[in-house]
Design a protein around this ligand. Structure first.
Ligand code: NAD
Length: 322
């Protein structure tokens, strides 16, 4: 199988590319290195079955050639991270919407299967508890920048489903909940790498908001396994799947756990959302997936619990001082 991984120099894309190479696939990565890094691909960069193209998914010419030459596209390239999206609003919408349009247009032209990596952000600020794939979306006003990420990814999903229904393009949509592990950077607002770095350097661990918001975390290996299995499963075509863990934790408990596991002297401090992000910032109180659908189709359950994930991330930051 020859696979194209867009955004393959990023956190999730690089682990996915490695797993595909490991099982014998040929892999081409396209990445513009805006938030990704070539170093993330160092373990496979010399492999004969691997190639890297530095470029943007917004280039139709390039994408036409790359998509023609592969059998399946794992579309992960996107503007990611609440902070990044707020700081780069035009670029984020453009990459997430126009980039996906280009991928789907050529995938349809050459009849290639597409996996879209969507996000739990599409659920917005619904207070429903466990999110199911067909739950309603509740998002805030367009004046609040963070919701553009949710809407751009929702539009990607609409586009994928439209191509599936109207042009019979085989698409699979994964709605990823917080995924973590080595190589994830805390620069754009991701909470676990940020807390771990702060704790390891005995700086205050900074909680945005009151810390009572809940999140669930999934280890990268579990996420990659889910993506690959879904792409292999014919019954997944035309469907959306939550990918994540059902075990929730409050951000305050997460901060305490990180401090304990790192043996840090850090204090915990609270920063109002408006100071951390932007005026009028809204967050969702709870974000936990219902993973019944993916479990019934492919028997998926994450192997890693939060303690195991944190041990891995702490070890990574200790080793690399990244
Ligand atoms: N990490 C998570 O918890 C999480 C949660 C939900 C969804 N996702 C989705 O998973 C995907 C990967 O996210 P990640 O966490 O690995 O982030 P990441 O920032 O590490 O990866 C995104 C990659 O896309 C590349 N990219 C951005 N714009 C590009 C462009 N125009 N052309 C080519 N490459 C471009 C970046 O350089 C980067 O390498 C994204 O689609 C994201 O929306 C991630």
């Amino acid at each position: 199988m020859k696979a194209l991984v867009t955004g393959g120099a990023g956190f999730i894309g690089s682990h996915l590319a490695e797993a595909l190479i490991k099982r014998g696939d040929e892999v081409v990565v396209i990445d513009d290195l805006s938030t990704g890094n070539r170093r993330n691909l160092s373990e496979i960069s010399e492999d004969k079955k691997f190639s890297f193209v530095e470029g943007t998914i917004l280039s139709e010419k390039l994408m036409g050639e790359l998509i023609k030459g592969c059998e399946v596209i794992y579309h992960l390239a996107a503007a990611v991270g609440v902070k990044f999206v707020i700081d780069n609003p035009v670029r984020s919408i453009e990459v997430n919407v126009k980039g996906t349009e280009i991928v789907l247009e050529f995938a349809s032209k050459f009849k290639r299967k597409v996996f879209l990596s969507s996000t739990s952000e599409v659920y917005g600020k619904t207070e429903d508890g466990f999110f199911k794939e067909d739950s309603d979306r509740v998002v805030g006003a367009t004046t609040i920048g963070r919701w553009s990420y949710s809407c751009s990814k929702a539009l990607d999903e609409f586009l994928c489903l439209a191509y599936y229904r109207e042009k019979e393009l085989p698409v699979v949509i994964g709605r990823l909940f917080n995924t973590c592990g080595p190589r994830q950077t805390g620069k754009y607002g991701m909470v676990i790498p940020r807390f771990v770095k702060q704790a390891l350097s005995n700086e205050p661990v900074t909680i945005y908001g009151d810390g009572k918001q809940t999140r669930s975390f999934c280890y990268i290996e579990d996420t990659v396994r889910a993506i690959i299995s879904l792409v292999e499963e014919p019954k997944a075509i035309g469907e959306i799947f939550n990918i994540g863990s059902e075990t929730a934790t409050t951000i305050e408990d997460l901060a305490r756990k990180v401090i304990k596991l790192t043996g840090s002297n850090s204090d915990i401090i609270y920063i109002p959302y408006e100071e951390a992000y932007e005026k009028g910032f809204e967050d969702m109180r709870h974000r936990v997936p219902d993973t019944g659908k993916i479990h019934s189709l492919i028997g998926y359950k994450p192997h890693y619990n939060l303690d195991m994930i944190l041990e891995k991330v702490i070890e990574y930051f200790r080793k690399t001082r990244a």
